[in-house]
Design a protein around this ligand. Structure first.
Ligand SMILES: [Zn+2]
Length: 279
């Protein structure tokens, strides 16, 4: 009996995780993709989990929500391409502040989707896991979307897709007034080299700000009254997402709501004016 018990414990992994995707699979089950520091992104089936009411006497198990953090116990798949099996999920942070605000939940979903798109599932990274947790914490607490751009930049570099924000990929001279992304070519090009097939462009001040931008865990708070310009953040995010689309060579469906996230940062006067006009 003891022997059997030891084998079944060894078969399972228990680790911290952030939920990146939830598919309601049947009346009772979910398929979830969880980011873990030691096993990369693991897709697993949580059988019967939707049958458990959210308020239950067994609080260790409740249906999973995207962006929540917790501890997971799972049995890894035996064959590549198969789903692992979730056996326990203990939520440690459901991120309620994030769920109360449309821009924040969209921005959080953007971070989850970009991570799923850019990160190789089997690659473990304590650093990227830590930075994603920091980014979601900051997004919950701050009105600024600068943290989203910071995480995008850091993730792309960690995944091997870093952009050089200072030199032209073709002529190797300083980029000058603009950096351009071109159809069918990776990298940033100056105005002389990037005359045709332009997909996105960022101006000098945005490139300089991107160059300086620290990863999520090293971002210093804004000086009071010095919120970054939402238009510049949007331009930076569009540039990074367009670059990711080019290197992955497939569309990312969140392109369409970047404007919703960046044009009207949560709590901004501009957003209140807009809400008032729309209402
Ligand atoms: Zn050039």
């Amino acid at each position: 009996m003891l022997h059997v018990k030891i084998i079944s414990m060894v078969d399972r992994f228990c680790c911290d995780a952030i939920c990146l995707r939830v598919i309601e699979f049947s009346e009772t089950s979910q398929i979830v993709s969880l980011f873990t520091p030691d096993h990369g992104i693991v897709s697993m089936i949580a059988k019967g989990i939707r049958r458990i009411p959210k308020k239950t006497s067994a609080p260790l198990m409740a249906p999973l929500d995207i962006l929540s953090a917790g501890q997971v116990v799972f049995i890894p798949s035996r064959h590549p391409g198969q789903l692992a099996t979730l056996t326990a999920w203990d939520v440690t942070n459901h991120r309620p502040e994030l769920r109360r605000n449309l821009e924040k939940i969209l921005a959080g979903e953007l971070l989850a989707e970009v991570t799923l798109a850019a990160w190789a599932a089997e690659d473990a990274s304590k650093d990227v896991f830590h930075q994603l947790g920091k980014a979601l914490d900051e997004l919950s607490q701050s009105a600024s979307m600068r943290i989203v751009v910071s995480y995008l930049k850091h993730l792309l570099a960690a995944a091997g897709y870093a952009l050089d924000f200072s030199l032209c990929t073709h002529c190797r001279k300083p980029l000058g007034d603009h950096g351009n992304l071109l159809r069918g070519a990776a990298g940033l090009f100056c105005d002389r080299c990037g005359v045709s097939g332009r997909l996105a462009r960022a101006d000098r001040r945005v490139l300089a700000a991107l160059q300086r931008l620290a990863p999520p865990d090293q971002l210093t708070p804004h000086a009071p009254g010095a919120q970054p310009d939402a238009g510049a953040l949007l331009q930076a995010a569009q540039l990074l997402i367009c670059h990711l689309r080019l290197v992955l060579d497939h569309d990312l469906h969140f392109d369409g709501y970047l404007r919703d996230i960046f044009q009207f940062p949560a709590g901004s006067a501009l957003r209140q004016v807009y809400a008032h006009a729309a209402g």
